[in-house]
Design a protein around this ligand. Structure first.
Ligand SMILES: Cc1ncc(COP(=O)(O)O)c(C=O)c1O
Length: 461
């Protein structure tokens, strides 16, 4: 493979994260230089349809001028200020707006306060710290353990990666094992028993969660984290009744529910929040990515008044709420996030997702009978395509074949960026994608799949 001079400098100086470093040192990667709607263009002039919104992020695509203008205007007025004992208007406006649009349920205490950070990891890390702080404050210091799910993903700080159920991210990074536990992954297609309905499977998942809580001791379990749709696990939608069952268990043992909306928030699942799609009642909610359409790094943690009251009492006792990051609630990021939320309203983005989602799912469904495909599931504009050696008997490919990566590479050759998560291919295009662009996306995907199938059939013959 011939590398151009920019790629050579890239390899010489940059350490690429979540990347096979030795492969990358050989092959390099495309150097993206320009965005155009939902397409990106590399320095060699190749044009790709970004069917992952570049890491589940670019909800408004790559050329939204209103966001550039919002950043520029804010930089001229107040380019930086912090929020330790002081405040600024974009931060106040954004917090107020987030609470106005936060998911609500008549039977559950509303979310009423916002803490800002710069990334999804920091938002979840802050949630973990607050869970411990809260239970210490209310005199339940034994409640320390936090349960995540296998294949769940909540970030890459020491705490959030330990909470995540991603063994390859734990390997040799010495994750914390004292307080984090993992319950089963509710991936129905992959793990259901023969004859088990989605409802039966969901009941079994909830029973496994309850058994884990009982084994650990309910008085030691503080919180449960879940993404409405598991993103980093492979764009896995929850089976019917799963969250209803799980929430019953959490309520029974006084366990806080932290809903990680870092991917699902702001329209992805066809509602403003994944919590609305699946009727979740969060005690805390984290969001990032589409909060600013990722034109600026910003995340938020939303908490209830009960939790805030405990923090208030604690900070009175200790002299301060001694937590915070320099760039948390950066005014430029807040201004861009506010403008993003305005665009969502002006352009009726949730309605748009609902309009195009059926075509998106139908377009992918058309590959159900493809030789490489086992299953396809999605909601709104997020979907996972599971590659399988034998669809009927649910036999996966030998991992050594790296089938998922081969398909993603072949798609890239055909001008389509998707993400391979093991042998699941994830799709989360920008929310502004049109019906014609969905057709384009599916056409390119089909050509990528066919190319890999042809290479297998050729080598078998
Ligand atoms: C559900 C979820 N939570 C948290 C994170 C971590 O966010 P960040 O990479 O911004 O730290 C991610 C990242 O993809 C995510 O998908």
């Amino acid at each position: 493979m011939t590398l151009n001079s920019v790629q050579a400098r890239d390899i010489a100086y940059v350490v690429h994260q979540q990347t096979n470093l030795s492969d990358y040192a050989e092959s390099g990667g495309p150097v993206m230089v320009k965005g155009d709607g939902i397409y990106v263009i590399d320095d060699a002039g190749n044009r790709y349809l970004e069917a992952m919104a570049a890491m589940w992020c670019s909800s408004l695509g790559f050329s939204e001028k209103r966001l550039a203008e919002a950043a520029y205007k804010q930089m001229l007025e107040m380019p930086y200020y912090h929020m330790f004992n002081k405040s600024h208007l974009p931060g106040i406006d954004l917090a107020e707006k987030l609470i106005q649009i936060a998911p609500r349920s008549p039977s559950h205490e509303p979310l009423s306060k916002v803490l800002f950070q710069c990334s999804g990891s920091e938002a979840n890390d802050t949630a973990i710290k607050l869970i411990w702080y809260y239970f210490n404050a209310i005199g339940k210091p034994m409640k320390k353990k936090i349960i995540g799910r296998e294949r769940g993903y909540h970030g890459n700080t020491v705490a959030t990666v330990s909470l995540s159920g991603q063994p390859h991210m734990h390997a040799d990074f010495d994750p914390l094992s004292t307080v984090f536990r993992h319950t089963a992954n509710p991936h129905y297609y992959r793990y259901h028993r023969d004859g088990e309905t989605e409802q039966d499977f969901a009941a079994r998942m909830a029973e496994e969660l309850e058994a884990l809580i009982l084994a650990e001791g309910p008085d030691t379990v503080a919180a449960f984290f879940a993404e409405p749709v598991q993103g980093g696990g492979g764009a896995i939608t929850p089976p019917a009744t799963y969250f209803e069952r799980v929430q019953q268990v959490l309520r029974k043992y006084d366990i806080l529910f932290v809903v990680d909306e870092v991917i699902c928030g702001f329209g992805r699942t066809g509602n403003m929040w994944g919590s609305q799609t699946y009727d979740l009642q969060p005690d805390m909610l984290t969001c990032a990515k589409a909060l600013s359409a990722s034109y600026q790094p910003i995340s938020a943690l939303l908490i209830s008044q009960t939790i805030f009251d405990a923090m208030l009492a604690q900070s009175r006792k200790l002299g301060s709420f001694a937590h915070g990051f320099t760039y948390a609630g950066h005014p430029v990021a807040c201004a861009v996030a506010l403008e993003t939320l305005r665009i969502y309203e002006d352009d009726h983005i949730v309605d748009h997702v609902r309009t195009v989602a059926p075509g998106f799912l139908r377009g992918l469904e058309a590959f159900r009978e493809h030789q490489l495909v086992g299953d396809i599931r999605g909601v709104g504009l997020i979907a996972g395509v599971e590659l399988m050696a034998d669809r009927q008997r649910r036999v996966p490919f030998d991992p050594a074949l790296k089938m998922g990566q081969r398909v993603a590479d072949a798609c890239q050759q055909h001008g389509l960026i998707v993400r391979a998560i093991g042998d699941r291919i994830a799709f989360t295009p920008p929310l502004i994608i049109t019906e014609a662009e969905i057709d384009d996306m599916c056409g390119r995907f089909g050509r990528g799949l066919d190319a890999v199938a042809a290479s297998i059939n050729g080598s078998a013959g």
